[in-house]
Design a binder for this molecule. Structure first.
Ligand SMILES: Cc1cc2nc3c(=O)[nH]c(=O)nc-3n(C[C@H](O)[C@H](O)[C@H](O)COP(=O)(O)OP(=O)(O)OC[C@H]3O[C@@H](n4cnc5c(N)ncnc54)[C@H](O)[C@@H]3O)c2cc1C
Length: 318
């Protein structure tokens, strides 16, 4: 079976959910393999649990080096040597930066922000993208070199498929350029105890209907009762009620949780672009004509300040 190489994104011994999704996708397309930087046993174990038959363990650059260019060099080295049928990378800022550099190094075509990838009978890979806030769907394929495809988180549900992985160490001598950017300071965002927005199974988002920053407490309470993350519409973020890191939509984060609850959000096309692949959407809005109801699986026409606290206590009782 054709080898499909995945760039593994991992931090502190944990493989990011988006990488596990890529491995499931790779499994559908061929034989998944992965590139990791610095062989961490916990990372290798997790990759094998999700079906990675071969793991290329590339020497990590020294501490303090900004790792986008080194990762591009390491990934290009592995891709040149292993000649995979395709390379899948998470569509994050860093992922797309790395993918573009690798495409130039390999003189190969690149498709970004795919929401699905399918294998054709002739060995080609068709990548689906959505354009203009998902008004259009288009399918494309790379016609030159090893296809490089960045895939948005949530494109596939990660499914374990345990295998015994073969680990191959890949020594890489990084160029001077790769070591030219150093991280001079790193600060960790204050932990909220809530899951990351992009990885959460449940997301509860608040919009302009909340009327003020202080009212996000009702959204947070419901999110906490469900073990979920908190999102926000751009209107709420622009008003300064919630940090931009929580914005869901075209110019914010893309989320694909099992459950998305939109409270006081009208459902503008730019908001929907970031959440419409959620498995179940619940909308709470006092306007029965709000466009969010067109997309919602369950809708409550009512005041969110009445509905959310009741919902929170019902969940807490379960
Ligand atoms: C280029 C571009 C990019 C954009 N990117 C994004 C993006 O990434 N994310 C995003 O969200 N938007 C984005 N927008 C903005 C988008 O067009 C909308 O303006 C925005 O999503 C509206 O946010 P909202 O639904 O919170 O506010 P509104 O549209 O004002 O809706 C508020 C809703 O709350 C309801 N409501 C009010 N009070 C209550 C109550 N007490 N109980 C229940 N319901 C109540 C109202 O009925 C209304 O439906 C973008 C716009 C542009 C032009």
């Amino acid at each position: 079976m054709a080898e499909v190489l995945v760039l593994a994104d991992h931090f502190d011994g944990t493989v990011r959910k988006a990488t596990l999704e890529l491995l499931t996708l790779a499994h559908r397309l061929g034989e998944p393999s992965a590139v990791v930087f610095g062989p961490d046993p916990a990372v290798i174990e997790e990759l094998a649990r999700y079906g990675t038959a071969k793991i290329y363990a590339v020497d990590a650059p020294q501490d303090g080096v900004h790792d986008v260019i080194p990762k591009a060099e390491g990934l290009a080295t592995v891709a040149r040597e292993s000649n995979p049928a395709a390379v899948l990378i998470t569509s994050s800022y860093d992922g797309k930066d790395i993918a573009a550099r690798v495409a130039v190094k390999l003189d190969a075509g690149l498709i970004t922000d795919a929401v699905d990838v399918r294998a054709g009978d002739d060995g080609t890979f068709a990548a689906t993208q959505q354009a203009f806030a998902a008004t259009y769907t288009l399918t494309g394929e790379v016609t030159r070199g090893t296809p490089l495809i960045t895939v948005k988180p949530g494109a596939a549900a990660a499914e374990p498929s345990p295998v015994t992985a073969v680990v191959e160490r890949v020594p890489v001598t990084y160029s001077e350029l790769a070591l030219a950017v150093r991280v001079v300071e790193r600060s960790v965002r204050e932990a909220t105890g809530r899951p990351d927005l992009g990885e959460a199974g449940v997301v509860v988002s608040g919009g302009r209907g909340l009327g003020g920053a202080e009212h996000f407490a009702v959204v947070e309470a419901l999110a906490d009762s469900l073990g979920g993350a908190v999102g926000a519409s751009r209107a709420a973020v622009d008003a300064g009620w919630y940090p931009h890191a929580h914005q869901v939509g075209q110019t914010g984060r893309t989320v694909s949780p099992e459950l998305y609850i939109a409270a006081g959000i009208s459902g503008a096309v730019q908001h929907r672009a970031g959440m419409q692949t959620a498995k179940t959407v619940v909308a709470v809005n006092k306007d029965p004509e709000a466009p969010i109801f067109e997309l919602a699986d369950f809708g409550v026409v009512g005041d969110l300040f009445d509905v959310l606290p009741v919902l929170t206590s019902l969940v807490q009782e379960v």
